[in-house]
Design a protein around this ligand. Structure first.
Ligand code: GCU
Length: 604
């Protein structure tokens, strides 16, 4: 008997497969990204979500999105979210359950929530990030799908929502593919899941979805910007912008592209800088919708080989960071983790951080705004990428667009990076040039960069930075590992550096590995003394480079990587951190701290 029921189900599924698949696949891509959801009316869906692992990707055919119950008389249902275990959101699944540590694949999340829709409003489900491919259903209706593990997206939920109990189901798949961004072999742990906040966002039918409020370049204390209203356009086409602390306000008028543009003179404006990270409350009112935000105002530009912050020559005293917390396994998220990690950077004497190799949580860049740390933000176009594939370019462009849209009003962010260590080729150059063009169109106010390790070395100790992509950049980053992957630390003493480009350079990576607590002669790899030695020679060499305008050594903290399996030394960690995963400072930490304190003392 039972077999007949089962086979009827299989047959039905096969025949209805096409139909099932059609209704199963989310109808559309996400709606335009809503900026500053933190400043909006939201309901948090963070907390415990039921989950089902789906290694053979059968959930679609089994219609998990229908949230079925196994005891139905007619329907054959072989899953039940309500009796399934739970995972905390936000959070990766890998370090919540030992059996999921190395799981890469499809996993389904489910949770219910109460909601009372209000008249004349629209509602969106907002995801801070879901690694890597996410599909969202609400009350069995497909809402949207998204690709990319480090940028936010929101799905329109207005018509699918119901009064009272609602059920949201999200499938997340972190399987890696060669044509994805990043591609197959990033040197970091592939944390899967709903790794950042999930929120229900309610807005009026006509609302402010994106806006830019920036200081004009050239230090004129002139603020300009635009506001974009979403929703039916026959309502208000006006908005006011106010900065109460400066008793400033102005009206914005709609232009031919439907954007409301404005400009404002702000003679008494105090500029944002790492020394004085001044933020102002900015209020935008558009008849039926209001939004406010803390925004800092600064200018960032280059002049020859110099970088000017607020018109003043600036050296970027930086450190690279991955998005991992100190003293806990998994992905970092939220303000506390941000404060801890950026607090470490401050203790090192930094005024700059490179958030590698992907956009970090929004709270990281907002905390950098508040703490006064300039930021390099990057999309994970990392090493070997399928540069010939237009879909891969579309993926990279989408992630770049989402990164810039989310963070365009962060004073801390001074550099958008379009890639890291990509091998030179005409396809690669064309790919990166497309991204650079997109970034400049989306945000003409910031500097564009990339990290390259493509140097031309005619002789062993002669480094020539002539990667052709530098021609398209404002600032170029160079990753070099002299003393670790290449030669010995003393080689740095005789290395010469040159470039045909009249542009500022940042050494965006240098360093070596050390196991905290392992001591020995400076020549012995993996010891703290060897790492210290590398830093001493690197810093002495870098001081001599005339066009060097910043450094961000690799890396603040030891981080997880599947590449790093050396027993008793790495044990799954890349050990180039200046602090261990438990927050223990290695000797090289103090070498860099001393260098940065000297530089800070010399800054007028
Ligand atoms: C590269 C790369 C990093 C990597 C580092 C290393 O330069 O950009 O992602 O972790 O080197 O090898 O440690």
């Amino acid at each position: 008997m039972k077999h007949i029921a089962y086979f009827t189900w299989v047959l039905t599924s096969i025949f209805c497969g096409a139909f099932v698949f059609a209704s199963s696949s989310p109808a559309q891509s996400p709606s335009p990204l809503i900026q500053n959801v933190a400043g909006r009316k939201t309901i948090s869906l963070n907390g415990d979500w039921h989950y089902l692992v789906d290694p053979h990707e059968e959930g679609i055919a089994r219609r998990y999105y229908l949230n079925g119950k196994p005891f139905g008389r007619r329907d054959f249902v072989e899953y039940d979210f309500n009796t399934a275990p739970t995972l905390r959101v936000p959070g990766d699944w890998n370090f919540q359950r030992p059996e999921l540590q190395w799981y890469e694949g499809l996993l389904w999340y489910q949770r219910s929530f109460d909601y009372h829709p209000q008249a004349n409003t629209r509602t969106f489900l907002y995801f801070g990030a879901a690694n890597y491919r996410a599909r969202v259903w609400l009350n069995e209706k497909p809402l949207c799908e998204h690709e990319g593990g480090f940028t936010p997206f929101n799905c329109e939920a207005t018509s699918a929502l119901q009064e009272g109990a609602n059920v949201v189901i999200v499938s997340v798949n972190d399987t890696r593919h060669a044509d994805d961004i990043p591609s197959l072999r990033p040197d970091w742990f592939n944390y899967g899941g709903l790794t950042r906040d999930v929120l229900v966002v309610q807005v009026p039918r006509r609302f402010i979805d994106q806006y830019s409020v920036q200081l004009d370049r050239g230090g004129s204390h002139h603020i300009t910007g635009w506001i974009r209203l979403a929703g039916d356009s026959n309502e208000s086409q006006k908005a006011t912008i106010r900065i109460p602390e400066l008793k400033l306000s102005t009206e914005a008028a709609v232009d031919k592209d439907g954007l409301l543009r404005f400009s404002l003179d702000a003679p008494n404006l105090e500029l944002w800088s790492p020394e004085k990270p001044k933020l102002y409350r900015v209020e935008i009112n558009a008849a039926v919708d209001q939004v406010s935000e803390e925004i800092g105002f600064r200018t960032i530009e280059t002049r020859g080989t110099d970088i000017l912050l607020n018109g003043k020559s600036t050296f970027l005293r930086g450190i690279d960071m991955h998005e991992e917390p100190v003293g806990r396994s998994g992905r970092a998220h939220g303000e506390n983790d941000a404060r801890t990690l950026l607090g470490w950077a401050k203790e090192l004497g930094c005024n700059f951080v490179r958030l590698a190799h992907y956009p970090h949580d929004e709270s990281m860049v907002r905390t950098a705004d508040r703490l006064g740390l300039m930021v390099w933000s990057e999309v994970p176009v990392y090493q070997g990428v399928d540069f010939k594939n237009p879909q891969t370019l579309a993926r990279a462009t989408q992630q770049l667009t989402e990164m810039i849209t989310r963070d365009r009003n962060r004073a801390a962010i001074i550099l958008w990076s379009v890639s890291n260590e990509t091998p030179k080729s005409s396809e690669r150059n064309a790919f990166l040039q497309q991204l650079i063009k997109t970034a400049r169109t989306l945000d003409p106010t910031r500097l564009i960069t990339t990290a390259t390790n493509q140097t031309n070395s005619t002789e062993p100790q002669k480094k020539i930075f002539d990667d052709p992509i530098i021609a398209d950049l404002d600032v170029f980053g160079v990753n070099e590992y002299i003393g670790w992957y290449e030669g010995v630390p003393a080689d740095l003493d005789v290395t010469t550096w040159a470039t045909p480009y009249e542009k500022p350079m940042i050494v965006s990576e240098f360093g070596g590995e050390a196991k905290y607590g392992l001591h020995g002669p400076v020549t012995q790899r993996w010891t703290e003394e060897n790492q210290e030695e590398i830093y001493q020679h690197q810093i002495a060499a870098l001081r001599k480079i005339p066009f060097l305008r910043g450094t961000s050594p690799w890396i603040l903290k030891d981080f997880r990587s599947p590449h790093r399996q050396l027993p008793r030394l790495q044990d799954g960690f890349n050990r180039k951190g200046l602090i261990s995963e438990y927050g223990e400072r290695k000797k090289a930490f103090y070498v860099l701290q001393k260098f940065y304190r000297e530089l800070a003392a010399q800054t007028p």
